[in-house]
Design a protein around this ligand. Sequence first.
Ligand code: NAD
Length: 460
Amino acid sequence: MITSAKSTIPEILRKQKDFFQTGQTKNVTFRLEQLKKLKDLVINHEKSIIQALKADLHKPEFETYATEIGVIKEINYAIKHLKTWAKPKKAAVPTDFFNYSAQIYPEPLGIILIISPWNYPFQLMISPLVGAIAAGNCTIIKPSELAPHTSNLLAEIISNAFPQEYITVVEGGVETSQQLLQEKFNHIFFTGGTSVGRIVMEAAAKHLTPVTLELGGKSPCIVDTDINIEHTARRIIWGKFINAGQTCIAPDYLLVNQKIKQDLITALQKTIKEFYGDEPASSPDYARIISPRHFARLAEFLKNGEIISGGDSNPEELYISPTLIDHVSLTDPVMQEEIFGPILPVLEYTDITEAIALINSQPKPLALYLFSQNKKLQAQILQETSSGGVCINDTVMQVGVSSLPFGGVGDSGIGSYHGKASFDTFSHYKSVLKNSFWLDLNWRYAPYKGKLSLLKLIIR
Ligand code: NAD
């Protein structure tokens, strides 16, 4: 376990608790200054961020800008709205409370633990941090050990910019994560797989610590006949193969109306070539798999169904080409767990009710995609399925809209963040009721004799 100033975890926590008690982080001007500092930090280290992501995931510079450095948009959004969010809000009182006033005060929770994954290793640390800062908390961040270059970079730049008692990075693997989870925090924000999510929640329960769990799952993508086929193919291929498919909201598998299936497959095959050329291995725009272990898991999936595009792999390069698979069955391993890699099974349906029944027989997904201009079908899917979010006629773009809360439901997660939802996640909304002394009606005081009829009148 490495911490930025070589303190132990209990020492860091004690320092953060003491600092939080000073009340400095509650000051809205202070929070705004820290958000601006964070923004400068990202801008000033753009080059190093790009290098780190290249080293960890072979991530193309364009993708690093769009999906990692692009977190600046979240910081800007928080800077723009923070003063409004942080203001106490008036609440209405019933007429029989006419002499009272009511307000809701957002207050910071205290010390936050953020545990993040390796797939968008920069953005998935900074984005929740924006909410934690905006809401006035102190934060400990545990990056993923599987993206060591990004983890090291973040530890270095955070420790240069912020005092340890306010924000710090604790680097390390599973053991470090477990050591952190033994401590009592005021909130744990975890992004990662569903099975580790369970471990985090169990550890948090011991301290009655609230959790946000940003998990994964198999996000289906329904393709109806009423579409622009070229646009559909491009939006699916982009969302699936960005970051080599290692995206929590990537379309996991397609559910295509059988009438359009062959045309769609042709368009998808053509689009893969347009995007990555005949040899995606030499494309500068295509990422790699994070580790040999993850590569081996994905390589097994290549044995399922019939490969109709790609299917090439190279363990030394951790490379798997953008792959389409036809004729998979629901019992194939590729349909039994989240794929989280550049392999896209194409399933078909004849009636939309079959597609809906399949989705509803699985754990609730993080995202659901529908390609169709048919308004009735759009309404039916929204009405009859449940998922963390839905994006119609596109993929992945929902993550970029700060006014939309981002999170899962059921097995895909608990809670949400982005924009105001991040502020809410890291705040407690304290209800405050205020009476005055100008009047003191005695209808509620003992002796109660003769007062019940008045109480009944008020209640009814
Ligand atoms: P992971 O669950 O293996 O690891 C995430 C973090 O948990 C890491 O920091 C790791 O060190 C720690 N960890 C791992 N095992 C642990 C244990 N036994 N006890 C305590 N901590 C432990 O996830 P990953 O492989 O890094 O990421 C992939 C998963 O994350 C996918 O399922 C993906 O869908 C999901 N994900 C979700 C989102 C989202 O926003 N909902 C975003 C990205 C990734």
